[in-house]
Design a binder for this molecule. Structure first.
Ligand SMILES: NC(=O)c1ccc[n+]([C@@H]2O[C@H](COP(=O)([O-])OP(=O)(O)OC[C@H]3O[C@@H](n4cnc5c(N)ncnc54)[C@H](O)[C@@H]3O)[C@@H](O)[C@H]2O)c1
Length: 484
């Protein structure tokens, strides 16, 4: 099998197998074929990874930020040089069209390695003058061994978004990819080793939730960064709290996208398409509740339908294809259940809604109109290509409805009125807001959620604070006077 790795795990600079571990079948979503067979880590393999990371972290932290940064930037170059082969792997791992993986996966991962590599040497503390010539200095210190746990929609990107800031700060990372998409993180481990990272600084351990849970519970682990669903986030956050560990939680959403009647229609339709159907809708920040102002609702739906006719669904390795399959049979069934629920609860199906009669897990891009706030499809995260269009009349009304959700990952507004755009963005209860665009996530800007959608931020300088602990050192230059 072309995509079969040398072994399931990558520990201490080498591929490691665990034949006794639970089987992991890696399926190409476009055909349903098995492309690799891996095994979940046994307790012995998890132990090996923890010991290796613990030792490596000390060596890594002893390097200067400049040295660590150079290695991360070299790893970025390696990923860029291998972008085509990594994109091909990611397309087979996830089913996402090659035209997407070429620009949004390994290359976005390389951006993170480059960005945080550049910042690694800038992690310095402060000199704080105190009374009578005393002073304090602060020293940002690495946390130690960090665990990264990934979701299946952006496997190598997620691995890089966690590893790059963690390593820049002098931490080691054990990464557990999603059991659905375990392959590309191994390639990141290879690239980091080739770039000169000490063995064990980035280890990859495969497995299901139980392997993740074992890692989270281990006392040698100082921090956990999870990308996943809210229910998993609750479990992982609670387990981390037992050991008072640092966490970053990048969780799910049900984000609103508001289109006012003064917005550029073509741009708003583009925003709704980008925010619902990229990666077959399997994007955490998707604006799946599209609130359209009453006066333009019909025009919006007509334009949307005509644009969707140009979605080219098919073999994701075909460079012309821009809409691929759902990641797995299981996820396909979940999305189909939501579509059935939408119909049963009275939403009007205006586009798609059906599985394609071909091998693989293909589902049409789907649009529901006349959706109301109470419907299941407007409340729960579907994580598939299902857009709900809701009608509104006033700004005040739509803000209240947009925020009436337990999630707070992202939110978007399309309008020609700049003052209104800022007014609305300020009122959004969401970590990442968009004005006249949607779903951009460049490494330079913070990304993350509020409310149930998460804790902490990835990307940007802020991410570094989530991988360091500030030590304060007080220094006295005076004699000490005690009471007795
Ligand atoms: N906010 C973000 O940046 C972001 C990005 C991508 C995906 N997501 C979210 O991810 C979800 C889809 O991904 P998924 O289905 O892989 O999520 P999931 O929650 O099912 O799994 C995520 C990861 O957690 C692991 N896991 C499961 N139980 C665990 C436990 N008890 N302890 C430790 N690890 C455990 C899984 O093995 C997997 O690696 C969606 O909700 C989506 O919104 C969020």
């Amino acid at each position: 099998m072309k995509f079969q790795p040398k072994a399931s795990h990558f520990i201490d600079g080498e591929y490691v197998e665990s034949a006794a571990g639970q089987a992991i079948e890696v399926i190409y979503p476009a055909t349903g074929e098995t492309i690799a067979r891996l095994h979940a880590a046994t307790p012995a393999v998890v132990e090996e990874a923890l010991q290796s990371s613990k030792t490596a972290q000390q060596k890594w932290a002893a390097k200067t930020g400049t040295e660590r940064g150079r290695i991360l930037r070299r790893a970025a170059e390696i990923l860029r040089a291998r972008n085509y082969e990594l994109s091909e792997l990611e397309t087979h791992n996830t089913g996402k069209p090659i035209q997407e993986t070429l620009v949004a996966d390994a290359s976005a991962g390389a951006d993170a390695l480059e960005y945080f590599g550049g910042l690694a040497a800038s992690m310095t503390g402060e000199y704080i003058p105190l009374a009578n010539g005393d002073f304090a200095i602060t020293v940002p210190e690495p946390l130690g061994v960090c665990v990264g746990i990934g979701a299946w929609n952006y496997p190598i990107q997620i691995a890089c978004l966690k590893a790059a800031p963690a390593l820049a700060c002098g931490n080691a990372m054990i990464f557990k990819p999603s059991e659905t998409t375990p392959l590309s993180a191994l390639k990141l481990a290879e690239a980091l080793m080739e770039a000169g990272a000490p063995k064990g600084v980035f280890n990859v351990v495969q497995g299901y939730g139980d392997v993740g849970a074992t890692l989270v519970a281990d006392r040698r682990v100082a921090k956990v960064s999870l990308t996943g669903s809210v229910p998993t986030g609750r479990r992982v956050y609670a387990a981390a709290a037992e050991g008072m560990k640092h966490v970053t939680m990048e969780l799910g959403g049900k984000s609103p996208l508001i289109v006012f009647d003064d917005a550029d229609l073509e741009n708003s339709v583009s925003g709704a398409i980008i925010g619902n159907f990229f990666s077959s809708g399997q994007v955490c920040s998707n604006g799946t509740r599209v609130f359209v102002q009453k006066r333009i609702k019909t025009a919006f739906l007509e334009r949307l339908s005509s644009r969707l006719a140009f979605a080219k669904i098919g073999d994701p390795m075909d460079p012309q294809v821009n809409f691929g399959p759902i990641v797995s049979q299981r996820q396909l069934e979940i999305v189909k259940t939501y579509i059935a629920r939408g119909i049963a609860e009275g939403a009007r199906l205006v586009h798609g809604g059906h599985q394609l009669a071909r091998p693989g897990f293909y589902l049409e891009p789907t649009v529901f109109a006349d959706v109301t706030d109470e419907m299941t499809i407007a409340r729960e995260e579907i994580f598939g290509p299902v857009m709900s269009v809701l009608e509104f009349e006033t700004e005040e009304e739509v803000i209240a409805r947009a925020n009436a959700t337990e999630f707070g990952l992202a939110a978007g507004v399309f309008t020609g009125d700049l003052a209104r755009a800022h007014r609305v963005a300020k009122k959004f209860e969401a970590g990442t807001c968009y004005i006249n665009t949607y779903n951009a996530a460049p490494v330079e800007a913070p990304f993350g959620g509020s409310k149930l959608s998460g804790v902490g931020r990835e990307n940007s300088k802020l991410a570094l604070h989530h991988y360091t602990e500030m030590k304060t050192i007080y220094v006295s230059v005076n004699n000490l006077h005690a009471a007795y």
